[in-house]
Design a binder for this molecule. Structure first.
Ligand code: NOJ
Length: 733
């Protein structure tokens, strides 16, 4: 006891010491920045608020030119889409020629790994492994920092219930609770505890706010949601990102509550900066200050600049409303210099924290770039995360894992040889170093009978007879199918998310050969493939996994890694069901009642696969759900469940806790994820998993945007996915 007390008091002294040190550091930073700002002209201040694209375009752009002249006049604060130690050095040298030598900030969309490609963020979220997710971001940050970058425009934390929206690949899926935890893990992975370290960069929470709710899943479309919907479902991951200390936020393209997000004082100034106390800076999305004119919210660039800066938008990406108009707006007395100063200070603070004022070239070390990027360590990490991202959807007759007695494999599907597709959308990975499925199998020494099966461009079946003959001559058939990488991502919304009919027919033909068929579904979003679901005995969802895709898939196929992923988004059966999500509300005519109820007359209401779903090569049994007393402080009660591995091999299970508020002062969802734990069990082994039930699990935001917990009846549910759950009642007195 004494020893523990001493440890605690040492820890307290240490914590106080580091708090004092932080305060000292902050005071020092403030003094430095105040001194610098005193020397800055209004033009130089506005320069800090301007970001332009130095390289390729990731949006419409008429202004992309070499800006070295403007940079050396101190009229640009940041560049995006420039990377590489030598390249960034060139621009930084120009900045060092400016009067006050304020370093540039280099940003890039490092979305899932830099040169070593990691799984798509949606895929990675399927791991339900926060440590793996954080490691993925850490690795991306390490490589990006070695390539001269200071800042990534990630993580995207937009909740989405609409698989037609191509950008679902970039987020953590549909759930606000899980999305919040993933947001924190990613921010921490990117930024670590100290931004001045070599392996950390600034993160950017985007797209604030509601971008994932684009009407009809059409990218860039309007958003219209009630405040109740926003605060309880869409807001939590943004807030979690701010709480995790994200250095920057990006405003969204869409309007929110009838104002473009980029010009929304409510979102940027009131909610983010005032209520949440966010100390970093807000960057617009690509051209979105200028796009306020397209929204018909600003009549010209000057009005757009006025509305942006008033709202709390600190840095303008690509459009030039600030650089052309802010100086005159201040001189005319329409915009207070205080607003400009606040934005400048926020940006300079991040440059200071990165250590750029000590050494503007500290990220431009070509030697470091050569050793860090693509290292064996990074590839090992990528493989580790990739294995955990794969979801086993079906495994009849235990077709998987493949037994060692299998001699000949028919590998079908042009996607299995496509390095580019394995990278997925929004990729920075070195395509030539991606291990495809074909290559990984070859390396394993598998006797492969390969056929394209379908044409990648047209999705039409090719050489069917030859493909079927290959299947007949083999012990097992593996079919790589799905979308191509370019089919998801920004500007990739679809009206129909079904897998090409000919690809599905190919599977039917292969099944008819009587050989066991394993389908690998490669996709960047939930997709529809009802025929394949019915006919193929085994299906793995392998998404897009990046540089180590082939190795990770083989490790799962041959059982070196037992799949443990769970779907972070509901997979629909029909396009007409979308938007589809598990945490829907009861309604006045619940579907379960039948008759005059919420349903369709032509399609089912059930999804193909529910949120949280995913199998293992072993099986798990849930038993003995019980309530245990809380601690009388913040924990009302605890719910315990015993999970037993009833199969023949070791495996991991994501044990999930859902909660339903039976009666509340506002309408509430039929269930909401409120806890999970990933456990590993040997065959026959049992473990009791216990979840604390606290405020945040039982409460909600009311219509006044106040978080409250109401007494009364609750149902607590535990299980291995959002559908198959065991319930227990709880009364909060
Ligand atoms: C537009 C995208 O919406 C955003 O997420 C991205 O960071 C910027 N372009 C920069 O490429």
């Amino acid at each position: 006891m004494m020893k523990r007390l001493i440890t605690y008091s040492c820890m307290a002294i240490f914590a106080m010491g580091s708090m004092a040190q932080n305060q000292k550091d902050e005071a020092q930073m403030n003094r430095f920045i105040s001194g610098l700002m005193k020397k800055m002209t209004l033009e130089e201040k506005v320069g800090q608020l301007s970001q332009c694209s130095g390289g390729f375009a990731t949006g419409p752009d008429n202004t992309r030119i070499s800006r070295t002249e403007d940079i050396s006049k101190g009229l640009i604060g940041s560049l995006l889409n420039v990377s590489g130690a030598a390249n960034t050095r060139k621009y930084q040298e120009a900045a060092m020629k400016s009067r006050l030598q304020i370093p540039l900030l280099f940003g890039l969309d490092v979305i899932h790994g830099y040169r070593t490609g990691f799984p798509l963020p949606l895929a990675e979220a399927a791991s339900f492994d926060l440590d793996a997710i954080e490691r993925g971001s850490r690795c991306a940050a390490k490589e990006a920092a070695a390539a001269g970058l200071h800042w990534t425009f990630a993580p995207m934390v937009d909740i989405s219930w609409d698989a037609r929206w191509g950008r679902v690949m970039e987020g953590a899926g549909e759930d606000p609770y899980y999305g919040s935890l993933v947001a924190k893990a990613r921010v921490h992975g990117l930024q670590g505890d100290d931004l001045s370290k070599e392996n950390t960069i600034l993160s950017c929470i985007k797209h604030f706010a509601g971008y994932g709710a684009a009407i009809a899943g059409k990218d860039y479309n309007s958003v219209d949601m009630s405040m109740g919907q926003f605060v309880n479902f869409y807001m939590p991951p943004y807030k979690a990102g701010a709480e995790a200390g994200a250095a920057t936020f990006m405003s969204a393209f869409n309007d929110f509550n009838n104002e473009p997000s980029t010009g929304s004082t409510f979102l940027l100034r009131e909610l983010l900066k005032n209520q949440w106390g966010f100390k970093g800076f807000v960057v617009s999305d690509w051209g979105s200050v200028g796009e306020m004119m397209n929204h018909r919210y600003a009549k010209d660039e000057k009005e757009a600049a006025y509305k942006g800066i008033k709202a709390g938008l600190d840095m303008e990406m690509v459009s030039e409303c600030y650089s052309k108009n802010l100086v005159s707006l201040v001189k005319e007395g329409k915009v207070s210099i205080k607003l400009v100063d606040d934005a400048v200070r926020r940006i300079l603070e991040q440059k200071y924290k990165l250590g750029l004022f000590d050494d503007p070239f500290r990220y431009c070390d070509e030697e470091r770039e050569r050793t860090v990027i693509g290292s064996q360590e990074s590839r090992k990490e990528a493989c580790y995360v990739s294995e955990r991202s794969i979801v086993l959807l079906k495994n009849e007759n235990s077709v998987l894992p493949l037994s060692s007695s299998i001699k000949k494999v028919a590998l079908i599907g042009a996607l299995s040889k496509s390095q580019k597709d394995m990278c997925g959308a929004w990729s920075c990975a070195e395509v030539g170093k991606v291990v495809t499925l074909y290559e990984a199998m070859e390396k394993r020494g598998v006797d492969i009978n390969y056929n394209d099966g379908y044409d990648l461009k047209t999705n039409k079946i090719v050489n069917l007879d030859q493909t079927l003959a290959a299947a007949r001559q083999s012990d097992v058939v593996i079919v790589a199918m799905g979308e191509q990488a370019w089919e998801s991502g920004e500007m990739r919304s679809k009206g129909d998310i079904s897998i090409a009919a000919e690809q599905q027919r190919l599977v039917s033909e292969l099944v008819k050969t009587g050989k066991p068929v394993v389908v690998l579904m490669m996709c960047g979003r939930p997709v529809i493939f009802n025929e394949v679901r019915r006919e193929a005995p085994a299906i793995l969802c392998t998404w897009w996994l990046g540089s180590e895709a082939g190795n990770a898939i083989c490790n799962v196929l041959w059982g070196d890694y037992n799949p443990s992923g769970k779907l972070p988004m509901t997979f629909p059966q029909h396009n007409g069901q979308i938007p589809l999500y598990y945490q829907y509300k009861s309604t006045g005519r619940p579907t379960a009642l039948g008759g005059w109820c919420a349903k369709y007359i032509d399609i089912p209401t059930e999804p193909a696969y529910p949120f949280g779903y995913g199998l293992s090569y072993t099986t798990f049994n849930y038993s003995d759900v019980k309530l245990l007393p809380g601690d009388g402080k913040g924990t009302y009660t605890r719910v315990a469940v015993t999970v037993t591995n009833t199969g023949k091999c070791e495996g991991e299970e994501v044990v999930q806790l859902y909660v339903r508020d039976e009666v509340a002062s506002i309408t509430r969802p039929i269930k909401e994820l409120k806890g999970f734990e990933k456990i590993k069990l040997s065959p026959g082994e049992s473990k009791t998993v216990t979840f604390d039930v606290k405020d945040e699990q039982l409460g909600f935001y009311n219509n006044q945007m106040k978080f409250i917990v109401e007494k009364g009846d609750f149902t607590l549910m535990v299980g291995g996915n959002s559908r198959d759950l065991q319930e227990i009642k709880y009364i909060l007195n």
